[in-house]
Design a protein around this ligand. Structure first.
Ligand code: GLC
Ligand code: CA
Length: 540
């Protein structure tokens, strides 16, 4: 079996544009990022996931690609990329890129060619129709901006298909040439050193009449073919699926361990926020029970936030209403079917809640993914349009532009967060580094715990069902290794009773916690957790 490094890694998602600017043009770049690798190494992460780095008109922050095999000049040159990846590898950090299979920019050469008169090799790279009525069962994803998945093109006198923005025509995966182009793109970047891809928008590759055009068997066939190519040629490299689907449809993306190595756990994500708001373990327990075991060479990628809105697509209507009501009180916070806010503002800037939710995240099955800036509790800017409010420059220190760039502030690609509560003067790496009680140092501790107790990467999850539903509790068990994890989802102290008689011969070793560590003594076992308190025990 190939190396399973991704099962026990910590991932860190970042936007090159917003990480560090090296040449004073107000836009982050590879040179800047390379200079910050020691920070990421020190934080303890193992794998960096880069948002799109390719030439792009930037109408979807780079997911609208003009050229798959080049570097966006704003971010530097191919040499800068190679220098970056070489240095990352020297520090033992892996790097994932973005593979956007489903669509290109309408300014990609293929689409420009496709619109020219026929016969024309590129016309068939995209999906065309004489009527916008085709595939009418496919939902619209960007509900705030698009009214149809078809857009009329006057040059071709036809409609073209797009699941996202109208400036992002979908590629036609029925065309073998398109499939081959994609394999060649993967080869190109793997030969240059990328360690894998986060694969964007995978459910939508093929379209078939009479279906919702998601998760089709043809799509899975292509993905398995792609995986086979990787296994045969690049056995240590991985594919991570962005498939925002219900558990039953999501599981299929692992195949029999022969499709994706990893997939984001979209259904879990909003339910962690629900659980802490409702002060009830139900949402987490219920969804995890709906997610049966995955093949042993596969892994979930688990996350609290990312560069998109906190999506509520995999929620019932009732759950969605609840989430909007509780977490998006201002309508400016909503976008599409989700909420455009960062972790800290979602949690009302409560360090205790940030610690609690991160500890739950780091102890559930899967590989945790941290979104840049959330490790210091950065704020957001809900007035920036689209999802840009959660993509603002990283706060490094108290200097001009938070240390991100030495350009005049008005030249920054997006303003620094300067509102009082989340002002970069207080919330920045430098000031948190030396403060033992900072969220940054907490995250460092949590990362080191996760790395020390490797069983978190593969142990079974066994829920305990305390009578007090405000307590979430579970064991992670692998052979004779057992970790007990207990969390108080409520803002008040809570008593809990758990029957641990089975473990009475074990010695509990404290791993992490803010609650006074209890001793396993008389049974049944009572203890009290502080507000939003938690503890992790290793039972030896
Ligand atoms: C994915 C990306 C998102 C982008 C969309 C269309 O969902 O995460 O940022 O807008 O694909 O490319
Ligand atoms: Ca720059």
């Amino acid at each position: 079996m190939s190396n399973l490094w991704y099962k026990n890694a910590i991932f860190y998602e970042l936007n090159i544009r917003s990480f560090q600017d090296s040449n004073g043009d107000g836009i982050g770049d590879f040179k800047g990022l390379t200079g910050k690798l020691p920070y990421l190494k020190d934080l303890g992460v193992d794998c960096i996931w880069l948002l799109p780095m390719y030439p792009s008109p930037g109408k979807d922050d780079g997911y609208d690609i003009m050229d798959y095999c080049a570097i966006n000049p704003d971010y530097g040159t191919m040499d800068d990329f190679v220098e970056f990846i070489t240095e990352a590898h020297r520090l033992n950090l892996k790097v994932l890129g973005e593979l956007v299979l489903n669509h290109t920019s309408d300014r990609h050469r293929w689409f420009i060619e496709a619109k020219k008169s026929e016969p024309n090799k590129y016309r068939d790279y995209y999906v065309w129709s004489d009527t916008p009525k085709k595939y009418s069962e496919a939902r619209i994803i960007f509900t705030d901006t698009e009214i149809s998945n078809w857009t009329w093109n006057n040059e071709c006198k036809k409609y073209y298909w797009h699941r996202f923005f109208h400036h992002q025509p979908d590629l036609n995966f029925d065309n073998p040439l398109v499939r081959e182009e994609m394999i060649n793109i993967v080869k190109f970047w793997f030969d240059l050193g990328l360690d894998g891809f986060r694969v964007d928008a995978v459910p939508y590759l093929f379209e078939r009449e009479g279906t919702n055009c998601e998760n089709l068997p043809e799509t899975h066939d292509f993905l398995k073919h792609l995986r086979k190519f990787i296994d045969e040629n690049y056995p240590d490299k991985i594919l991570l699926a962005e498939a925002n689907q219900w558990p039953e449809d999501l599981l299929v993306y692992f195949g029999d361990g022969d499709e994706f190595h990893m997939a984001f756990n979209f259904p879990l994500m909003p339910r962690m926020f629900m659980a802490v708001k409702q002060e009830h373990h139900g949402p987490i327990v219920d969804i995890m029970k709906r997610l049966p075991d995955i093949p042993s060479n596969c892994q979930w990628a688990i996350f609290l936030r990312n560069h998109d809105e906190l999506t509520l697509e995999m929620c019932t209507d009732e759950e969605r209403d609840y989430m909007f009501k509780e977490y998006a009180k201002d309508k400016q916070m909503k976008i599409n079917v989700g909420i455009r806010r960062r972790l800290a503002p979602l949690l009302e800037n409560s360090y205790r809640k940030m610690e609690l939710l991160n500890t739950i995240l780091f102890t559930l099955p899967g590989t945790p993914v941290i979104y840049y800036g959330d490790e210091i509790g950065m704020g957001d800017n809900i007035y920036l349009g689209d999802r840009n409010g959660v993509r603002t420059p990283m706060h490094w220190d108290q200097n001009k532009n938070a240390g991100f760039s030495n350009c005049p502030p008005s030249r920054l690609h997006a303003p620094i967060i300067a509102d009082p509560e989340y002002n970069y003067n207080n919330i920045n790496v430098e000031s948190q580094k030396n403060n033992p009680n900072s969220i940054l140092n907490f995250m460092k501790d949590l990362i080191s715990v996760r790395k020390k107790y490797k069983i978190f990467g593969y142990a079974d999850l066994k829920f305990i069902y305390p009578e007090n539903k405000k307590i979430l509790a579970y064991f992670r068990e692998f052979e004779d290794k057992i970790i007990l994890c207990v969390f108080n989802l409520s803002g008040k102290s809570q008593p809990v009773e758990m029957d641990l008689s089975k473990y009475k011969d074990k010695t509990p070793i404290e791993i992490l916690g803010d609650t006074e560590f209890p001793k396993i003594g008389e049974l049944p076992y009572f203890l009290t957790l502080s507000p939003y308190g938690y503890f992790l025990f290793y039972l030896k």
